[in-house]
Design a protein around this ligand. Sequence first.
Ligand SMILES: Nc1ncnc2c1ncn2[C@@H]1O[C@H](COP(=O)(O)OP(=O)(O)OP(=O)(O)O)[C@@H](O)[C@H]1O
Ligand SMILES: [Mg+2]
Length: 312
Amino acid sequence: MAGKGGVGKTTASATLALAAARTGLTVLVVEVAGRLDSGPMFGADPQGYDEQTVCRVASAGTVRCRCITPDAALLDWLSSHGFTRIVRRMSRSGLLEIVATATPGVKELLVLGKLKHLEQSRVADLIIVDAPAAGHALNFLRAPLAVRNTARTGVLRRQATEVLEMLTDSERCRALLVTIAEETPIKELVETAFAVEDEVGLALGPVVVNSALGAIDTLEGGDGGLDRDQLDVAALANELTPQELDDLVTAANFRRDRMALQVDQLDSLAQQLPLAQIRLPHLFTTSIGLAELNTLADAADSSIEEISVLGD
Ligand SMILES: Nc1ncnc2c1ncn2[C@@H]1O[C@H](COP(=O)(O)OP(=O)(O)OP(=O)(O)O)[C@@H](O)[C@H]1O
Ligand SMILES: [Mg+2]
């Protein structure tokens, strides 16, 4: 899952993880940008390098979370290849910086290599990777190409080649790009989509449109906005103060303008990128917890059902 910073990558990752677990799948969510935000969305502690189960859906699947950083992946790799003594001696002395300076892209490759290992070991039915924000996500995905071009032989080249095999196999791996219905994130999403497909050869899944506003019933003949006259009747019935009335008019008109903007932006997205869309509603809440994830997963299910009907 990739997209501009703050558009809801972690929320969308957690939502799709829960939606999949509700169908009986075991899901592993991996954060790779050093953030530990997914565990808490399920009401669990922030996750560490070792995975933790954050949600068990009754009679269905589970969601586990973990966080993979290059340093932890390097230590893990060295330990599992018989270099435990080096690890003990060098873990605090910047070993990774030495390796990374020698070969650009190696940090990202360490994380991707670990992901490939998890995928090959079939640790879960579905692995969802909560990628770094857009520009960094591209560097992350380009890393194996960079390493393959510099390392002519050896373990790094082999690792880069195997990671690329995974990334370019649409049966094993797809990129889902996340956005909100606003101009800049959509522009970035379209650029990222072409780069991901053309440069890396990674297939795209549906786009996730997060924080979408739902259509609201309008007064008969109305356009979603309000004026004072229309509200006067309601005001008498509900004994609203003039101030409350003015606030209501402002709120309704704001909402109408946002809806119009959303329609325009989503039209433009559909024209530039003819991919199916999973729409997640904007929830009027201060934070996302398990209850909110369930609501979002319901919406994801409906979108996915629509996509499969269209696909039939
Ligand atoms: N559909 C939604 N409804 C309401 N609030 C939302 C929704 N999606 C995300 N948020 C809120 O928006 C904020 C950003 O969401 P999130 O952390 O998922 O974004 P992100 O893309 O992962 O951000 P970052 O780039 O910082 O990792 C959070 O406070 C989250 O609670
Ligand atoms: Mg995030």
